[in-house]
Design a protein around this ligand. Structure first.
Ligand code: NDP
Length: 328
């Protein structure tokens, strides 16, 4: 997707590139948009790959430096040796780490983000974070004139690869417009949900629904399977009926029935998201027994299945409890 010149920071001049445009002589080629991306994990790496081409000039940083070096070698991006070095000269710095806590921890110190960010730059946090920490980070950056927005994403690794993520933004409208060209590189539906923290909150509620669907469908299919009903047949019926969801239509058909269980999104991260949703409901004094119980159940699953398990593997715990596999 192409950045819109009017949306870029004032120091940037961009010309739309495409088949309908005339070739631009080297002397008048537009300046690239300098972007830094920190966190080349399961979703971060495919997001960053969209920024490793014009009109962007990309610098990456990753805690495990070998991953950043390999990414740089493959894409032509530069690998920075610290968050500060990555941020220096970048107009937009994107972070995508497990939780807000890890992002906040990158701010300080000689090598930290604050040492590299200038008041012409902005921090776009695509972590599925928590509203309170996002507000705290926004306040700290704001003291230095640096804009911040929470911009968690949805759509999974495939959505990231296709540049088709949904992005839930917590920001003031002007900040979102400045970031939009970068967000459009990997996002398709970009929504301003409200002020700082609102993107995190919407994302957490979405994740709670994802977990509830996984858990409830697991319970139902284990019971049906144990009673002798084919899970594939049951899914076929459900997917043509009112109980269907992304979980039944895609995740269970592609990953559970087949026993493929690819590891694309950690159950530990989903448990973290569901806990954010539970805390958000409590903070707003909303009775939320379903949200609280679901978060508790995923905490049990995280303990039982470990830090590396994929989120869909929650079904394995229900299979153990029920003594029956969801297959065939
Ligand atoms: P991964 O666990 O695959 O990657 C985590 C990334 O964060 C790695 O680059 C890791 O570095 C880095 N990291 C971990 N701890 C630290 C730390 N203490 N300091 C600095 N860097 C650290 O996670 P995902 O990419 O799957 O998820 C990232 C975020 O995106 C999460 O908030 C998640 O909830 C969200 N998300 C994920 C989706 C998915 O499908 N995977 C979908 C939508 C949102 P290292 O390489 O050194 O381990």
């Amino acid at each position: 997707m192409t950045a819109r010149p009017e949306d870029l920071p004032a120091s940037t001049s961009l010309v739309r590139l495409g088949p309908e445009r005339h070739a631009i002589p080297p002397s008048s080629r537009p300046h690239p948009v300098n972007v830094a991306f920190l966190g080349l994990g399961a979703i971060g790496a495919p997001m960053a790959r969209h920024l490793a081409k014009p009109p962007f000039s990309l610098t990456v940083w990753n805690r495990t430096a070998s991953k950043a070096a390999a990414f740089a070698a493959e894409t032509g991006a530069r690998a920075a040796s610290s968050p500060a070095q990555a941020a220096r000269g970048a107009q937009v710095v994107v972070t995508c780490l497990p939780t807000s806590r890890e992002v906040e921890a990158l701010l300080d110190g000689d090598d930290g983000l604050l040492a590299g960010l200038s008041n012409e730059s902005m921090l776009v946090d695509c972590t599925s974070g928590d509203p309170a920490t996002s507000k705290r980070m926004a306040a700290r950056l704001g003291e230095r004139g640096i804009a911040f927005m929470d911009a968690p994403v949805s759509g999974g690794v495939v959505g990231a690869q296709n540049g088709a993520l949904t992005i839930m933004c917590g920001a003031d409208p002007a900040t979102l417009e400045r970031a939009r060209p970068v967000l459009e590189a990997f996002g398709k539906k970009i929504v301003l949900c409200g002020p700082i923290g609102a993107g995190d909150a919407v994302k957490a509620v979405n994740q709670s629904l994802l977990g509830i669907h996984i858990w409830a469908l697991s319970e139902g299919l284990v019971a049906l399977s144990k009673a002798g009903v084919s899970p594939s047949l049951a899914l076929d019926v459900i997917n043509a009926s009112s109980g269907r969801s992304n979980v039944s239509q895609n995740l269970f058909t592609e990953r559970v029935i087949t026993r493929a269980f690819p590891r694309t999104f950690k159950l530990a991260l989903l448990e973290k998201d569901m806990t954010i949703a539970a805390e958000f409901a409590r903070e707003n004094r909303v009775p939320s027994p379903m949200t609280q119980s679901a978060a508790d159940l995923f905490r049990v699953a995280r303990g039982a299945l470990g830090e590396e398990a994929d989120h869909v593997e929650a079904v394995k715990l229900l299979e153990q409890w029920g003594g029956c596999e969801v297959t065939g």
